[in-house]
Design a protein around this ligand. Structure first.
Ligand code: ZN
Length: 502
């Protein structure tokens, strides 16, 4: 079976062949860290964590990079409004983002490069673009001259009339063409700034991704991901800069995921689907949803539709995800009751057991499970169709439940049938694992009350962090000591503070 991937660049599904045999490089545009993460920020990480898991399942060695944009106009504005520094906001929001990824069980990202720590690489790439006459410096800014790139527009397929520069605030700062975009911006007083050949300034947004993806994955790499909203201008500009700077193809497969939509009830009772955005006030806080509903629920919800379709957060969709996930939990609990032990994290599946079963009367069942495993893999091979893969797991659960019921296994235990039951359920669990589902530590909370201690601890940890940041060490210490008195220990680790009960 061979994997086919929909490539936004060619507008078709293509056979997946990595640039280097056996190795895959993935770059996903990460967050601009100026607000706490909402669910929209979790979509890309869940999808590409699944893409990485599946590529690893197929035997590839995968390196995955997600950047952190910690220098940006939005951050500067936010810092001004909140009367604090860009660094303080960036650090807090990066911590929040990484904690949410941790809560979702996403541990597969290899590098989180920050724009502020790659200024040298960014400056070097801009110099290369100037040397190759694709960029020009003017009044402390550096602009990319889109007229020098005959391929400009090939990713988003936009005609010149449809294009907007996205840098209107810098119009008149020495820009020659309407579509030219900023590689380097001269710093205004009080803004974060670095020394450069063009004076004090900071990088534009697009160039950081070109510079950092090249550094960690090479000049040509396999998969570049991001939300559809980044297609233009961000990805178009990244592509133009990178290919003009290196003279080589930048990315082999461009993968774009659909955006989140929220159901809003209109006065007449109708439901309207709207984009999740701060201006509409309909943002779903990522931490809140993950801690109240469980990581498995969130992953299941996001993977229940194809990654290229819009993702809805309507009541109906949420209820159906809850119901769908519960089917598997009930089955795992049932098998646990029957055998007296829980399924392994990764145990022998039907491939192992089939030999013995195929010669006996339950050969039909064994064949059905094996056939559904093939279906799961075919779905994943078809442009990572996780919705189809989950449907195959449901069919498999139906087969296992039917075997238990038809043979009255709960009333009368039969060894051979128990073996068949465990092999079927273990096949579901192992394949679910490829989607990041059903791992013991991400079991959904059974109710809001169960999540409360965790939420309260998160709140206390955050308050202590804020006390430290405002140099109120007495308060920070009092929180730690107060918790120690009730046998809760805090441990400060690189990824954030952890707590445990003694
Ligand atoms: Zn990017």
């Amino acid at each position: 079976m061979s994997l086919r991937v929909y490539n936004t660049l060619t507008k078709q599904k293509e056979l997946f062949e990595s640039v280097k045999p056996g190795q895959v490089g993935i770059y996903l545009c990460g967050p601009t860290v100026y607000k706490p993460p909402h669910m929209g920020h979790m979509v890309g990480p869940v999808i590409f964590d699944t893409v990485k898991r599946y590529l690893q399942y197929k035997g590839f060695d995968v390196r995955w990079v997600v950047n952190i944009t910690d220098v940006d106009d939005k951050l500067i504005r936010e810092a001004e409004e909140r009367k604090t520094t860009v660094t303080a906001i960036a650090e807090q929001c990066t911590r929040d983002y990484l904690e949410c990824l941790g809560l979702l069980g996403i541990e597969s990202i290899d590098y989180f490069p920050k724009a502020s720590e790659h200024i040298n690489e960014i400056i070097a790439m801009i110099q290369e673009l100037i040397a190759r006459s694709h960029a020009y410096a003017s009044e402390g800014n550096v602009w990319f001259d889109v007229t020098t790139d005959a391929d400009y527009g090939k990713l988003s397929n936009r005609t010149a009339d449809e294009q907007e520069s996205g840098t209107r605030d810098l119009e008149g700062s020495g820009k020659r063409g309407r579509l030219d975009f900023a590689l380097w911006k001269a710093a205004k007083p009080g803004e974060p700034a670095w020394e450069s050949p063009w004076g004090q300034g900071r990088p534009g947004w697009h160039i950081e991704c070109s510079a950092m993806s090249t550094k960690y994955l090479g000049e040509t790499f396999d998969i570049h991901g991001g939300g559809l909203d980044l297609l233009f201008p961000h990805h178009e500009n990244e592509l133009a800069q990178s290919e003009c700077a290196t003279g080589h193809p930048f990315v082999k497969y461009w993968m774009h995921n659909g955006l989140t939509r929220i159901a809003t009830k209109l006065p007449g009772g109708q439901v309207k689907m709207e984009k999740q955005s701060k201006s509409l006030g309909n943002v779903i806080d990522a931490r809140e949803l993950i801690t109240t509903r469980g990581a498995d629920f969130v992953r299941y919800l996001l993977l229940s539709s194809h990654y290229r379709s819009p993702i809805d957060f309507g009541e109906e969709v949420m209820a159906s995800a809850k119901k769908g996930l519960a089917t598997f939990q009930r089955l795992f609990d049932r098998v646990h009751r029957l055998t007296g032990k829980a399924l392994a994290e990764k145990g022998d599946d039907m491939d192992r057991a089939a030999g013995a079963l195929l010669e006996r009367e339950h050969a039909g069942y064994a064949r059905a499970i094996l056939g559904l495993k093939m279906k799961f893999l075919e779905m994943m091979d078809d442009d990572f169709n996780t919705a189809g893969a989950i449907a195959a797991l449901h069919e498999m659960a139906g087969e296992v439940n039917a075997l238990i019921e038809k043979n009255g296994l709960e009333q009368k235990k039969q060894d051979e049938l128990l073996l068949a039951t465990v092999a079927g359920a273990q096949t579901i669990k192992n394949l679910g694992n490829v989607l990041g589902l059903f791992s013991g530590k991400t079991l959904p909370a059974t109710g809001p009350q169960d999540a409360l201690p965790g939420q309260l601890m998160e709140l206390l940890i955050r308050l202590r962090q804020e006390a430290r940041e405002s140099k109120n060490f007495a308060l920070a210490d009092s929180i730690r000591k107060g918790l120690a008195a009730i046998n809760i220990t805090l441990e400060d680790r690189p990824g954030g503070t952890e707590w445990r009960r003694e």
